[in-house]
Design a protein around this ligand. Sequence first.
Ligand code: NDP
Ligand code: OXD
Length: 312
Amino acid sequence: MAGPTLLFASNIDDPAPWQALFARERPDVEFRIFPDLGDPADITHALVWRIPDGVLASLPNLQAVFSLGAGIDQIIRDPAFPREKPLFRLVDGGLREQMTEYALYGVLNWHRQMDRYRAQQAKREWRMLEAVHPSQRTVGVMGLGVFGSDIALKLALLGFKVIGWSRTPKELPGVESFVGAEGFDTFLARSEILVNILPLTDETRGILDARLFGRLPGGGALVHLGRGGHLIEADLIAALDAGKLDWAMLDVFPSEPLPAESPLWVHPRVLVTPHIAAQAVSAAAESAIIGNFNRFERGEEPTGRVDLSVGY
Ligand code: NDP
Ligand code: OXD
């Protein structure tokens, strides 16, 4: 067999910069772009955001799959995904700062009542609304991994009361840790602003539902930048309309692009963004991917090995 051959597949990413990266850093690697597979037996590695079901399983000499994203649910949703092959996700890759910017923007926008001031401005109304000091405001962060822990720490630095929820306990300065099913309801009952940055797994699918919204203190905000499959859209709209939630900023949706008929587009207390909380646009993403590819080739352990038994 010839040297390594990498299959690139994405329905959203331009292959050109990744092709240029491999041409520059690993000119020995043949770079193929889906759907031009050539001989499937040549392909040894795959760099994937999304690929049609069954394609990865049809590659007899595939050694490893690298995700173009931090999440991998969009890859393993393929029922034929070859679960015995190592799968590596993007760890940070320059996304962390962007994710934190997004979450902080959402928290601060609602906390400082900016939508109300915008509405007042439209009416040329000069009126001070009552302020809340950050030390009197509790923000709950669901998911304390690479992104969630950074978001929680930065919120704590801004002076908010910060609580976090994860599968295993965490020790982060200024962040109170809640764990698993036993800690969930107490965590929710205190989360005036809820930031969701969980991965999508069998455990977390549909977690943003009526039950969860009903356990929040009421009248607060949701900043959702995890995965679309976390959200039950109708339950969110019902929670907003019933005042269980005052405002939501949403980056990810059960169906993307968000269908034109979705009521979320026009809901006055929803801010919709098109899955842009973080984008793999920096040199950090390139060096994370090429570094991982090289480590795998040298027989070293790349970063971000996915544990398929827990789904992230
Ligand atoms: P990590 O794997 O580093 O962190 C995941 C966190 O979620 C961990 O703290 C983990 O707990 C926790 N968790 C997982 N399952 C459960 C559960 N059942 N109950 C409680 N806690 C749970 O992931 P990242 O921070 O790197 O990424 C998180 C997600 O962000 C990605 O999977 C992706 O879906 C999303 N994302 C969204 C983007 C966007 O643009 N909107 C961009 C990039 C990623 P523990 O620490 O105990 O393991
Ligand atoms: C990711 C994403 O997982 O962009 O990286 O959502």
